[in-house]
Structures are given as structure tokens and as C-alpha cells.
Design a protein around this ligand. Structure first.
Ligand code: BES
Ligand code: ZN
Length: 619
């Protein structure tokens, strides 16, 4: 066994999968998917082959041509991070380059959130969606769940006729089911006849560009859409208000795609559609190719919604074309994308907006370094993640320290040279999965002597923030930070000073206040600016954190409401942490436990796990 990735059972001596043909039958009443998957390997193989699974039942493994059974075993124990190792024994007498597996997911599959009709917007139909990054694809279908593998796929999704499906793939057809198609007749007893029932339709998809498994995605529900550009539609639950607001919010998307193409080369994925998910979606955005997934909290009629779209769009080059080989090099995905996002924001929204974003990021980075002061490993760009759950160490460090590193290189060689470098980097490594060393070798080859100017080892392997990192400057940024400093001396900003402020200005201001301020100051701030009622969750959550640290219990009702209406981890993490961290907080701890118990079923399984680990650490 030669591992390739600390988060996968994939063996580097085995061939990787190049294609998977999936047939998935969605059984909403039992929150289960029954599936058949036909795997194609890069070369014929005999003997053992390792796959990742989590909470899957494996029914049969077969040779596709003869339907002879292939022996397999599941490891008796489930690794709490990696899941269950599925080992196949491919025949020794005739090497196989394909095999078939039938399986079922379980209602607790970590990638899947199943929403019952009352949990949806229209309350009429159920909804299900995936979140596979970082290591949850294995809970939807067995696979070599490492970004070192790049897989093409096709999929038949068999769903109730009143629902429709979208995927991170080309939509081929919506049609009546065909008996026996895609090995559906091999599904567990009973499902073969259900496959063709007149209450069902098949949504057919094809992804002919090789993607890492974490970019596999679908959503099934009562979906509608609006056109927002020549290659962009916005999808969401078919509820008029949401679609209209989303179409307005994202009207500038085509402009951003064009800017991205100017900076980074052709947009290779044909379509750039957006899917607005229910409020329980655990992230701000997820860069699923051809169909970005977004939290509805980004729709608020100001610039920050476009920022999240710019970020996910930027992944079309950095992350989806060039992918980190495993999660230890996650900064290659997120640091590069944060840099690229800010270049797009600068081009479409101007320098001030970009500097504000860099400044918010700078604050976030400094806070994360503080959070990891007892675990310095996770203040590095390249991290050791042996035995580490990527969801629990998720932080701003790969984003913001990665951004700072690339910005430092840009300052060294100048923007024109850096732009050329990035274009060449993307053209050279597109559709490949690479590590930090590959990046550094390419950098040194293309910017000769760079290692004499910048301590590349310190930046990629050192802890903390190198001294040649850089806090941004602009009139607006500097003004906001100095107003925050004056608050420490007791002066609140005047109304004329904040008259033009949007969400991000307030966010930057609040993030720069000391963590603990007097309760009276918290009340005064809210009395004047009503931040606890902001419809911008970034602002509201930053304010509520202050309120919790100052033990302003009047705001706990708002804290509870927020924790129950959104499942985005960017908000859950700081609020639950503020409630349970520290001593003498019995009331807050009781509140956190009660709210989590009541909200638990509305959170995505990944968010459930993350909140559980926060509570476990402090209670
Ligand atoms: N790929 C990430 C989301 C992610 C990271 C999911 C790790 C699972 C594991 C996505 O591109 C992202 O960074 N989203 C941010 C958006 C923000 C930086 C604009 C988010 O969700 O907050
Ligand atoms: Zn990202």
C-alpha cells in the first residue's frame, strides 16, 4: 500500500479511474439513492484495487461484460476521517479495465442534505443537494476520492417527474426512463421496476472534462431559472421572489467572465450557471464546474454578492483547471483563487473595493493566526494533514496567506510580468493536479533568481505571517481602520462618516474593533446603527459576536434566530465559538447546546459535524 493522499485509501500503485457512468435512483421518502456505477480504469488491472466509501452499502461488484461477481471486502472499521475502505479483487487471469458496482447511500451520507417539503421555500416538494469538497464524494458513490484523480462522468438521474435536476455537467436530456438502461436493472430488488414507473423521469448529464471527485455535484428539487447572460442562467427553487432578486444581483456575471478571460485565458467550461441553494447551504459558494452553488445569503443587493461569484468564477482557472494534488496543498486552490478573485473585483468594481476585500482578508488572517496559536501547523501554507479532518481545520490561512504570498511575488517581479507568469502557469498545468513543489519549481524557472529575493521556504513551510506580508492601503481602508481605533477611545463614528458605507465597510470596521468591548458601547452602537438587524449577515454576525463577548444578553434572541435561519458555516463557527469559548459562560453554553439541538436537523451534515466539534472542544 502506497498512499497518495492522507485523506484517501487510493493506492498510488493502482491505476486511477478515468470515467464513471452513474445511474442514480432518488428515493426521497427514505432519503436514499440506489446506484449503479460503471468504472473505467486508465489501464487494465488485476489483483486488489482500493476505493473510498463512507456510509454506503455495497451490494454487488461485477465484471461488466460477463456479469461475473468480483470479490470485494469493506474494512471492518470506519475511519472517522477517511471512512470505509472498499477493496476489490480484480481477477488475476484476465486483467480488467472496467467493473461495475451497485450500491445505496444512507440518509446520513455526509455529502447529501435531504430537505423535506416543510424545509423548502415552497413547502411543496422535497430537495436534495451535494457538497462533496473536501472528502465527501465517497458518501455518494464509491471512488478514488482524491483530487490526484481526474474523472470524466456521465449520469442518469432518475427522479420524481415533478422535480428537475441540475449537475456540474452538460445537461443532455430530460426524458422518460428506459428499461434496463445504464445497468439500472441491477439495482437492488424492486428498484428495477420502479426505475420505469410513469411517475419518474430521467435527467441525463455528461461531463467530458476530467474533474477531481470533489467537484461532482447535483441538486434535485422544484427548480426554476432566469437567463442572466449569454452563458449564464441563475437557478433556484422555483419561487419568484428568489429568482428575480438573484437575476438582478448577478446581472454583472458576463462582465466578470470576460475580465477573467482577459487575465487568465479562455473560459474552458462552456457554461457558467449559478444555483442558489436553500439557506442551509454550508458555504458561501462552491465552484462546481458549469454550475456554481451559492448560499442565498449572498443576495442582498450590494457588492459582496458579486464578490462571492467572482471567487467561484476564478476557480474555473485556479482549482478546477489546476487542482491541488491533495488537501495539504489547498492553498494552491484557495490562495490563487483569492488573488484571482481580487483581480476580477478590481477590474469590475474598482481599486477601492478590491483594497477593502484585501483589508478584510488581512484582519481575518491575523485572527486565524491567533486561533491556531496552539496548533501552528495550520498557520503554514503547506500543511501536514495526516490524521486531520480537513473540515475541522478549514480556515482563512490558505486563502489569505496564499493571497499574500502571490501578492508578494507580484510586487517583486511587477504586475505585467506576474500576469504573464499566471497565464503561462495556467496554460502549462491545466487539467492537472499539482503540489507546492511543482508550483515553486515553475516559479523559479520562470522568474529566475526569485528565491534570492523572497524566502520561498519560509512562505510555504514557515508558520505565522512573514514580515514581508503587506497590509493594504487606500484612503477608504485607512479611514475605516482609524475610525475603529478611535472607538477604542470611546468615539463612535458620526452619521456623516458612515453615510456611504455598505456591508463591507461595516464588516471591516467591526472586524477591527477589539474583541471585547464594554456592553454599554455595544448597545450605543446598535441604538445608532441597528447593526443587529442588518440584512447583511456578514455585518450582523460580526456585531452579534461583539455582543456575545460583551455578554449583552438582549441580543441573544437575535443570535438564536440567526443560528436557526442560516446554515452557512462562516456564521455558525464564530457564533457558536463566541457562545462556548471562555470561562463563566454557563448561560451561553446552555443556549448553544439548546439551539444546536433544535437547529441540528436543518444543518447540512458537514455543518452538523463542525458545530459538534466546536461544542465538544469547549463543553
Ligand atoms: N471551495 C470553497 C468552499 C469549500 C472549501 C468547500 C473547502 C469545502 C471545503 C469555495 O470556493 C470558497 O472558498 N467559498 C467561500 C467564498 C468566499 C471566499 C468568497 C465561502 O464559502 O465562504
Ligand atoms: Zn474558494
Amino acid at each position: 500500500m502506497a498512499p497518495l493522499d492522507p485523506h484517501s485509501f487510493t493506492d498510488s500503485t493502482h491505476p486511477l479511474t478515468t470515467h464513471i457512468a452513474l445511474s442514480l435512483y432518488f428515493d426521497f421518502p427514505s432519503a436514499t439513492i440506489h446506484g449503479a456505477a460503471l468504472f473505467t480504469l486508465s489501464s487494465p488491472h488485476s489483483g486488489p484495487l482500493s476505493l473510498d466509501t463512507r456510509s454506503l452499502s455495497i451490494h454487488r461488484v461485477l465484471s461488466p461484460s460477463t456479469l461475473y461477481p468480483i470479490p470485494f471486502s469493506l474494512s471492518p472499521f470506519c475511519d472517522h476521517i477517511k471512512g470505509t475502505h472498499l477493496s476489490l479483487s480484480l481477477p488475476n487471469d484476465a486483467a480488467l479495465s472496467s467493473f461495475l458496482i451497485t450500491f445505496s447511500t444512507s440518509p446520513s451520507s455526509s455529502a447529501l442534505q435531504w430537505l423535506s417539503p416543510p424545509q423548502t421555500f415552497n413547502k411543496k416538494h422535497p430537495f436534495v443537494y451535494t457538497q462533496c469538497q473536501s472528502i465527501h464524494a465517497r458518501s455518494v458513490f464509491p471512488c478514488q476520492d482524491t483530487p490526484a484523480a481526474r474523472i470524466r462522468y456521465s449520469a442518469f438521474l432518475n427522479v420524481p417527474r415533478e422535480l428537475s435536476a441540475v449537475m456540474s455537467a452538460r445537461h443532455v436530456d430530460r426524458r422518460l426512463p428506459v428499461s434496463g438502461e445504464g445497468y439500472s436493472n441491477l439495482l437492488p430488488n424492486g428498484f428495477n421496476s420502479l426505475w420505469c414507473s410513469e411517475t419518474r423521469v430521467v435527467e441525463e448529464f455528461d461531463m467530458n472534462q476530467p474533474i477531481p471527485p470533489y467537484l461532482f455535484a447535483f441538486a434535485v428539487g422544484e427548480l426554476g431559472f432566469r437567463e442572466v447572460g449569454p452563458r449564464t442562467r441563475v437557478y433556484s427553487e422555483a419561487a419568484d421572489g428568489v429568482l428575480e432578486a438573484a437575476a438582478k444581483e448577478f446581472a454583472g456575471t458576463e462582465d466578470m467572465i470576460r475580465q477573467g478571460e482577459k487575465l487568465f485565458g479562455d473560459y474552458e467550461w462552456e457554461r457558467f450557471d449559478l444555483l442558489v441553494l436553500p439557506p442551509s447551504f454550508p458555504y458561501g459558494g462552491m465552484e462546481n464546474p458549469r454550475m456554481v452553488f451559492l448560499t442565498p445569503t449572498v443576495i442582498k443587493g450590494n457588492a459582496s454578492g458579486a464578490q462571492v461569484v467572482a471567487h467561484e468564477l476564478a476557480h474555473s482557472w485556479t482549482g478546477n483547471l489546476i487542482t491541488n494534488k491533495n488537501n495539504e496543498h489547498f492553498w494552491l486552490n484557495e490562495g490563487f483563487t483569492t488573488y484571482a478573485e481580487r483581480r476580477i473585483v478590481q477590474a469590475v468594481q474598482g481599486e477601492d473595493r478590491a483594497v477593502l476585500n484585501i483589508g478584510i482578508g488581512w484582519r481575518g488572517l491575523n485572527e486565524e493566526i491567533e486561533r491556531f496559536k496552539d496548533n501552528l501547523e495550520f498557520t503554514k501554507l503547506k500543511t501536514n494533514q495526516e490524521g486531520v479532518d480537513p473540515d475541522t481545520v478549514y480556515s482563512q490561512v490558505p486563502y489569505e496567506k496564499g493571497f499574500q504570498f502571490l501578492w508578494r511575488i507580484e510586487r517583486q517581479i511587477g504586475r505585467p510580468a506576474f500576469d504573464e507568469f499566471v497565464k503561462k502557469y495556467i496554460a502549462t498545468f491545466k487539467f492537472k493536479s499539482i503540489d507546492t513543489e511543482t508550483f515553486l519549481d515553475f516559479l523559479k524557472a520562470n522568474a529566475p533568481g526569485i528565491e534570492k529575493e523572497i524566502d520561498l521556504v519560509l512562505w510555504t513551510e514557515g508558520t505565522g505571517i512573514p514580515s514581508d506580508a503587506y497590509e493594504p492601503v487606500s484612503n477608504l481602508y485607512t479611514k475605516i481602520v482609524s475610525l475603529a481605533n478611535e472607538f477604542k477611545l470611546g468615539r463612535m463614528p458620526r452619521e456623516d462618516e458612515v453615510a456611504d458605507w455598505q456591508g463591507q465597510e461595516w464588516e471591516l470596521y467591526l472586524e477591527n474593533l477589539p474583541k471585547v468591548v464594554e456592553a454599554s458601547q455595544v448597545f450605543a452602537l446598535d441604538a445608532r446603527y441597528r447593526l443587529s438587524e442588518s440584512n447583511d449577515y456578514e455585518v450582523k454576525v460580526a456585531f452579534l459576536q461583539l455582543a456575545i463577548f460583551a455578554k449583552c444578553r438582549d441580543f441573544y434572541g437575535e443570535v438564536e434566530k440567526t443560528l436557526k435561519e442560516v446554515g452557512r458555516m462562516k456564521y455558525l463557527r464564530p457564533l457558536y465559538t463566541a457562545l462556548v469559548q471562555g470561562i463563566g459562560k454557563e448561560e451561553e453554553k446552555i443556549l448553544a447546546k439548546r439551539v444546536f439541538a433544535e437547529a441540528h436537523d436543518c444543518y447540512h451534515p458537514i455543518a452538523q459535524g463542525v458545530v459538534e466539534s466546536i461544542l465538544a472542544k469547549h463543553l
